[in-house]
Design a protein. Structure first.
Length: 184
């Protein structure tokens, strides 16, 4: 089985993906970044996210997804969504959960939150880190465990990923993305 794990996040200057109440602020919803994400998700075989994270796009329910949760022992069907499974990473390996969705290969797009992003740090093949300059979210939800004591970039580096060139996505807001790749 060949699954490629890719993470996607947009964060504030202080490495937060949500404010102190756990809500992603409107300032982090930039059209150019949303298009970048949507294009990538269209190519993904599976999406993985926590119960409070989702991509919220018109065709979201058509995508196969694993919703990471501790509320099930291993895996369970989401009652109102045939393309989604509740998945406890402690109860079943990713590869087995993917098979339950009928996926044997392809890209696994990880969409957060903090614990889910952290779970995959040892496995990311690629991480797409977008930055919103000038925005700080004190007391917010960090992209990775250990942020803000360590920057998201330092965290990715510690786990063996290296940055590619920074790409400006939106000149008006200054939002850019850097694609980090595993070096082996």
């Amino acid at each position: 089985m060949a699954l490629r794990v890719e993470g996607f996040a947009i964060v504030s200057d202080d490495g937060m993906l949500a404010d102190a109440s756990g809500v992603m602020p409107r300032d982090l919803l930039v059209d150019a970044d949303q298009r970048y994400l949507s294009d990538a998700l269209d190519r993904a075989a599976i999406l993985v996210h926590g119960r409070n994270s989702h991509e919220g796009q018109p065709h979201s329910r058509q995508r196969r997804r694993l919703i990471a949760t501790r509320s099930v022992a291993a895996i369970a069907q989401v009652p109102d969504d045939p393309n989604a499974l509740l998945w406890n990473p402690a109860g079943m390996p990713l590869e087995d959960a993917a098979v339950r969705l009928g996926v044997h290969e392809g890209s696994v797009a990880v969409l957060g939150g903090t614990d889910v992003y952290g779970l995959f740090l040892p496995r990311y093949d690629v991480f797409h880190l977008s930055r919103m300059p000038g925005l700080r979210l004190p007391g917010g939800r960090p992209v990775f465990p250990g942020v803000p004591e360590q920057t998201p970039e330092e965290t990715l580096s510690v786990y063996g990923l290296r940055p590619g060139p920074q790409r400006l996505l939106d000149a008006a807001t200054g939002v850019s993305v850097t694609v980090w790749r595993r070096c082996e």
